[in-house]
Design a protein around this ligand. Structure first.
Ligand code: UDP
Length: 314
């Protein structure tokens, strides 16, 4: 199996590359390193079946040879970064998706795009099921991310319907684990970094908003199962255990044995109030459900952050 992976030096992308190589595949990884890092793939530098190219997939992609699987993960997934780079975010979901789809079409390869729970916006249905169409502000601060992913889903369905490409769409809910960047801004790296430094944990708003956190190995397993399925419509991948952000901050303090205070900061605009995946479809169609509990996953992540903090930042 020959795989083309965009976002290969990113958090989830690098774990996916590890998995595809472990399964005996050959991987060409692309990443423009806007948020990804060479550090995430440095352990693969001498792997005989892995090649990395620093490349922006919003530019026309010239890659030789025939691919069996095309995976489009390149994206700016953290609110901090997509607010800083709204145009690049829109481009990676639109032009980037189209360019990757063209390779899949050329090679009659399977294609998987990583979409997001943000497609549901600030959801009026709870938990979120794939048939819910969402409540998205099309011109709000988060729209560059939400709408680019909604477009990515639409053009993926277009290539399937018009050109018969064997496509899959994963709607990823909050995922965490080793290789998240320390300066990523998302809640898991933010709280872990703060707790390890003995700084106050910054809870945005009153902390009553909820999220459901999936460990990265579970997520990658879901992606691989989905890519080998015949399901063409979106499938939620996430852990359904829902927590308020305030509860999450308390959990982290307990787990790490720190007594850092919690400080409240302004809630970002359009921050979804509740988020929890309904994973009934993933269970039924893929036989998938998360296996790693929050405590176990956080312990692994804390170890990673500790080792990173001992070396250079970020
Ligand atoms: N959040 C927080 N403190 C932080 C970072 C994030 O309270 O330092 C909140 C944020 O407002 C949101 C939740 O944690 O309600 C998850 O935010 P994240 O940026 O991780 O991802 P999102 O789910 O919003 O895409």
């Amino acid at each position: 199996m020959r795989h083309l992976v965009s976002g290969a030096a990113g958090f989830i992308g690098s774990h996916l590359c590890d998995r595809l190589l472990a399964d005996g595949g050959e991987v060409l990884g692309l990443d423009n390193l806007i948020t990804g890092s060479r550090r995430n793939i440095e352990h693969l530098a001498s792997h005989p079946k892995f090649i990395f190219r620093e490349f922006d997939v919003t530019q026309p992609i010239a890659v030789d040879g025939k691919f069996d699987h095309v995976w489009h993960l390149a994206s700016l997934a953290s609110p901090k970064f997509y607010l800083a780079y709204p145009i690049e975010t829109l481009e990676s979901g639109s032009t980037g998706t189209r360019n990757m789809l063209e390779i899949a079409r050329r090679d009659s390869a399977r294609f998987l795009v990583t979409s997001t729970s943000e497609c549901y916006g600030d959801p009026l249905e709870h938990p979120q099921v794939e048939t819910y169409w969402g409540n998205v502000n099309p011109v709000g601060l988060r729209s560059c991310y939400d709408e680019s992913k909604r477009y990515a889903e639409a053009i993926t369905m277009g290539y399937h319907r018009k050109h018969g490409v064997r496509t899959n769409i994963a709607r990823i809910f909050n995922t965490y684990g080793p290789r998240m960047a320390l300066d990523d801004g998302r809640v898991v790296p933010a709280f872990l970094d703060q707790a390890l430094r003995g700084e106050p944990l910054t809870v945005f708003g009153d902390g009553s908003q909820t999220r459901s956190f999936c460990y990265v190995s579970d997520l990658v397993d879901g992606l691989v199962r989905l890519a080998n399925s015949e399901e063409r419509f979106p499938v939620n991948l996430g852990n359904p255990v829902e927590l308020t952000i305030l509860e999450f901050a308390e959990r982290i303090k307990r787990l790490m044995g720190v007594n850092a205070p919690i400080v409240h900061k302004e809630l970002p605009s359009d921050d979804p109030k509740r988020r929890q995946p309904n994973i009934g479809k993933a269970k039924q169609v893929l036989g998938w459900e998360p296996k790693v509990g929050l405590e176990e996953g956080l312990r692994e992540t804390v170890e990673y952050f500790k080792s990173r903090l001992m070396t250079a930042r970020p």
